[in-house]
Design a protein around this ligand. Structure first.
Ligand code: SF4
Length: 325
């Protein structure tokens, strides 16, 4: 992928939370690139650090207890971690938008849905209220909601419809990057597919880049160009969808794949990865997967393995990959 297609670059991002139980090492030096018009899927278990990364990009980490202690987030030649809060407000919603998992917590219950879409349009554009109203209604139609329902309140919509409203708000200003954090998890399966299709359609229309956070490898296979596997606050495998799915190298990625029914052929019993993710206040010194990995040796526990390029854009954080290289 050509360098000039890079839209956003996260370099070595480190985020901590100070809690009564100790310091939570939520993100431990994550680097990702997001390219124009492409989708990067971040996959991992709950608590792996995916949402922390998304919130870190938008500087939405509650502080205290959270703190970005290192790294850079480069967008349009600027480090978003260094600009003023006022500049950051102009970026949020207009350049980078986020869709959260639960539509209920993202919508304002006492505002009509049209007014909520208008609000973001008026915040970022110098246009009349009338024009904003027209644009809001167009956005509603675009996401499959009749414009005349714009005067209704969130509680008058089903879960899937509410998520459509959220999508309309997130895309109302045609952002360059959409961050979608488990956008369909709270919805039932048939609605999930419709909402994913809608996101894909609108993304293609505007050539929007997307960071899609999910625990569902099936969703990634359908929607992503790149994939990053996240474990205990680190990316452990990264590459194009094809590179990772055709030639997975990290034992954790292999475990995740083996636990997905629709990606496994002729397997009678699905496998699960034994054990739990390590306590983020007390992470192992070396490879963070070592407590659960059947290939672990003393060497794995000495220091954190480096990311190794195993061909193309495919990177793996495992000493076995170093040896196989
Ligand atoms: Fe397993 Fe060692 Fe590779 Fe970690 S570095 S995934 S413990 S083989």
């Amino acid at each position: 992928m050509a360098e000039n297609n890079k839209l956003l670059e996260v370099k070595d991002l480190v985020i901590r939370y100070e809690t009564d139980d100790g310091v939570v090492e939520a993100l431990n030096g994550v680097s990702i690139d997001i390219y124009t018009g492409k989708t990067l899927g971040l996959v991992g278990e709950t608590g792996a650090g995916k949402t922390t990364l998304a919130k870190g990009i938008l500087r939405l980490i509650p502080s205290p207890p959270g703190k970005i202690v290192g790294g850079e987030v480069i967008y349009d030649g600027k480090d978003l971690l260094k600009i003023s809060e006022e500049e950051m407000r102009k970026i949020r919603g207009k350049h980078i938008s986020m869709i959260f998992q639960d539509p209920m917590t993202s919508l304002n219950p006492v505002m009509t849905v049209r007014d909520q879409i208008m609000e973001v349009i008026l915040q970022h554009n110098r246009i009349s209220k009338k024009e904003a109203e027209k644009r809001a209604e167009d956005m509603l139609e675009l996401v499959g909601i009749p414009a005349e329902r714009g005067h209704e309140y969130p509680h008058q919509f089903s879960g899937g419809m509410k998520q459509r409203v959220i999508i309309a708000i997130a895309l109302a200003c045609q952002p360059k990057l959409l961050i979608a954090d488990e956008p369909t998890t709270a919805l039932d399966v048939t609605i999930q597919a419709q909402v994913l299709d809608l996101i894909q359609k609108l993304k293609t229309r505007d050539n929007t880049s997307m960071l899609l956070i999910t625990h569902d490898l099936g969703v990634v296979a359908q929607t992503c160009d790149y994939v990053g596997i996240v474990y205990a606050g680190e990316i452990v495998e990264y590459g194009t969808l094809r590179e990772v799915y055709k030639d997975m190298r990290h034992p954790y990625t292999k475990g995740l794949m083996a636990s997905i029914p629709n990606l496994v052929e002729n397997v009678r019993r699905l496998q699960t990865i034994e054990g739990l993710m390590p306590d983020p206040t007390n992470l192992p010194k070396g490879c963070k997967f070592s407590d659960r990995c059947k290939y672990a040796t003393d060497k794995c526990r000495e220091k954190v393995p480096e990311m190794v390029n195993v061909g193309g854009e495919h990177m793996v954080r495992c000493i076995l990959a170093q040896q196989e290289k």
